[in-house]
Design a protein around this ligand. Sequence first.
Ligand SMILES: [Ca+2]
Length: 447
Amino acid sequence: MMQQHPRPNILFMMSDDHASHAISAYGSKINKTPNIDRIAREGVRLENCFCTNSICTPSRASILTGQYSHKNGVKTLAESLDPKSRSVAKYLQEDGYQTAVIGKWHLGGEPQGFDHWRILPGQGAYYDPMFIEQGGRKKYTGYCTDLITDFALEYLDKRDVNKPFFMMCHHKAPHRAWEPAPKYKDFLKDVTVPEPANLYEAARHGEKMRVGEDFSERDLKQKQPAGLTGNALRKWAYQVYIKDYLRCVQSVDESVGRVLDYLDRNGLRDNTLVIYTSDQGFFLGDHGLYDKRLMYDEALRMPFVARYPREIPAGSVNRDILLNVDFAHTFMDYAILGRDQYMDGESFRTNLQGRTVDNWRQSMYYRYWMHDDSAHHVPAHYGVRTKDHKLICFHEGGPQWELYDLKRDPKEMKNLIAEASQDDTVKRLKRELTRLQHKYTDLPAHF
Ligand SMILES: [Ca+2]
């Protein structure tokens, strides 16, 4: 019998739009993130952690409720989380955890299920941001990422040491418009950041997320040089974009380091499950794009590293398919709470120990709902991903199908849907897509 430890603290750090390929533990070719890497080195790195709807508000709602977007009602940026929703925060709070959320909330209304909260209104500001907290609104002087970290550590200092805590520390960074801390504004100034191989690809679905053509002056923080067009514009704009993005990531990584040091100094290392993740991935010039939404891996994959020395082997890598809808059950499992039948996700506590649960999922279901919004023009779509393949259906005005062989073509450059040799794979994946839509009671779009 395993020794029984008290229930761990859960410290969940999540940034906004931080792609795994801008984390050195994931093999980034463009930056170093020593503090996030430290969690991976002392714990586990998830290789196949995916979001089920690659956009901010819906992913956050799925993390809290353990449900797909069509179940929790937050399918697009326009919807708020119903304050009556069941959520992991409420369950942990009812079960004796002290609960807090600090930083970006972006789910409308006041946080429910948290004893303490200090959140940004909407997207919040990078510089001298306003925060909403119990008791009102207050503007603070400083840089958003640093302030969120200060507030998180302040909360830990004041907590009741006789109860376990569940804290969600949610950074705004590195979200658009990628505004760096003053001290990092010249970071990478004289460096040419390597370009992704598919930077000069044309937009496939008419999406308005092209590096260069679809940046605003606010994104670039300067006027675009006159006469710059086509590939020359993209080349120039990529450097401006990626440097600001990585400057924002620097502060996030530094924040993670401050939190880890705090845990060490205060004897919280062994009894705290500490996680770093992002609400979804992001295109870093891949396919010529910025932003997320599309089911391609750069946006679909969530970075996720976790450390809990009592259970998680140091330096391990997990390749099971794990989803944002699993987080709620996983945290409840650490709190020794049973399953909520309304949640779609499953606990992956055992998977994090290096043992894949029997009959663990071999495929995942994805759906992006925000059809052709005026700013980004990404068509709605759904799809299924296995370890080896991805099948996507752009169902509006279609259907238009895409099939990728992820083993041979990890960058998803060649759509194989029309290849006769793939007919059996397509049939099998369409059956799997239908099975998953039934399992999650999502209605397929009619076409
Ligand atoms: Ca986001």
